[in-house]
Design a protein around this ligand. Structure first.
Ligand code: NAD
Length: 359
């Protein structure tokens, strides 16, 4: 298992150090894990003048998986768009054709009271949102702003244009990921669209229906995105796997992640057609707490667990890591982001060490 380790900026290196300790345990247990680190994001810009240097991209391309921390920070906010640290993620996704974004939202029973929703609505929540990353309104042509701004108090005639654009091939491959993921879980797939008003989404639904017979063991349902947004709040446990296009998936996955109430707990994966993937926490570089040793490392550690499940096909190893995380939480340990006001706060390292000891 050749893993590219790209820790990035802010809290990235701090939380990555804890995930690497977890990989060390697995290595001691006999797994053949090879890691190689490289700079990415602002750290790479400082050193090489580019957020995704050629050597970093090459390492990612030559590895089986990328374990990614987080990038960005106020220091880089004034840079031109092509040099911003966040460009590194977009570049990796594009160059490696990571088209499927998997975002689990699950609630550890110990943290059920961290959500803004009632504990009984979210306790035991375990859903997976799959977002398509390469098509849709973010890339469709034509796009742009045309026309003229009004002068001397006259009304202008500017028009803002973006186009929802999906090819059959793009829809097919993400729907297949949806079915395959559902197969590994509770065998229910809910396809999200807006076919009542959008032709691109009619095609989405048609293709989902066409593919369904290939997965007779998975139950396929459809839901309009506006209803899905509502149902996620009303009764999120009704879902198992949801699959959506780029824009709807963007919004729904953020909504779902916040059901859990703890940004420092959530991993994600971006996969290519062969199962190679980039694994990263959903949160950013948290500049407000960087360097203090108080960030929650669990999203990074759980990203490593996802990597074991989805790229290396080792669900038992993934489950072992997840169980160790659960035990660390059950032991009462809480970093600041998940602690209640009166609770003692663990450091990044204490949390990582606890996971390692339970592992
Ligand atoms: P953020 O996710 O970095 O932080 C939001 C809030 O959550 C902060 O208060 C932070 O302290 C807290 N937080 C985040 N992760 C935490 C953790 N592991 N433990 C404890 N608390 C945690 O979002 P932001 O502040 O909007 O963005 C900061 C920078 O990160 C920006 O430059 C942004 O562009 C970048 N960013 C990067 C990624 C990525 O690398 N994939 C994603 C989102 C944002």
């Amino acid at each position: 298992m050749k893993i590219a380790v790209l820790a990035g900026d802010g809290i990235g290196p701090e939380i990555m150090a804890e995930a690497l300790k977890v990989l060390d345990v697995l290595r001691r247990d006999g797994l053949k894990i090879e890691t190689e680190s490289a700079l990415v994001g602002g750290a790479a810009y400082d050193e090489y003048g580019h957020p995704l240097p050629a050597a970093t991209l090459q390492l990612a391309q030559q590895s089986d998986a990328v374990l990614f921390g987080s990038v960005g920070g106020p220091k880089y906010d004034a840079l031109p768009r092509e040099h911003r640290p966040e460009k590194a993620i977009l570049g990796l996704r594009k160059e490696c054709d990571f088209f499927a974004n998997l975002r689990p939202a699950n609630v550890f029973p110990e943290l059920a009271d961290a959500s803004t929703l009632k504990p009984e609505i979210i306790a035991g929540l375990d859903i997976m949102i799959i977002r398509e990353l390469t098509g849709d309104i973010y890339f469709g042509e034509p796009r742009g702003i045309t026309g003229h701004r009004g002068v001397n108090g006259e009304l202008g005639n500017r028009v803002g244009i973006n186009t929802m654009h999906y090819t059959e091939a793009q829809i097919r491959r993400i729907i297949h990921v949806g079915f395959k993921t559902a197969r590994q879980r509770n065998k229910r797939l809910c396809s999200i669209d807006k076919m009542n008003v959008l032709e691109a989404m009619q095609l989405w639904r048609d293709i989902a229906i066409e593919i369904a017979p290939e997965y007779p063991d998975v139950e396929l349902t459809h839901m309009l995105v506006d209803n899905a947004a509502m149902q996620l709040i009303r009764n999120p446990k009704q879902f198992d796997v949801m699959v959506a296009g780029n824009m709807f998936g963007d919004i729904l996955s953020d909504e779902a992640s916040m059901l859990t109430g703890s940004i420092g707990m959530l991993p994600s994966a971006s996969l290519d057609a062969a199962g190679k993937g980039l694994y990263e926490p959903i949160h950013g570089s948290a500049p407000d707490i960087a360097g203090k040793g108080i960030a929650n490392p669990l999203a990074q550690i759980l990203s490593a667990a996802m990597m074991m499940r989805y790229t290396f096909n080792l669900p038992d190893v993934a489950a072992r890591i997840e169980t160790a995380v659960r035990k660390a939480l059950a032991s009462g340990l809480r970093t600041g982001d998940i602690a209640k006001a009166n609770e003692a706060k663990a450091s990044t390292q204490q949390m990582g060490d606890a996971v390692v000891s339970f592992l």
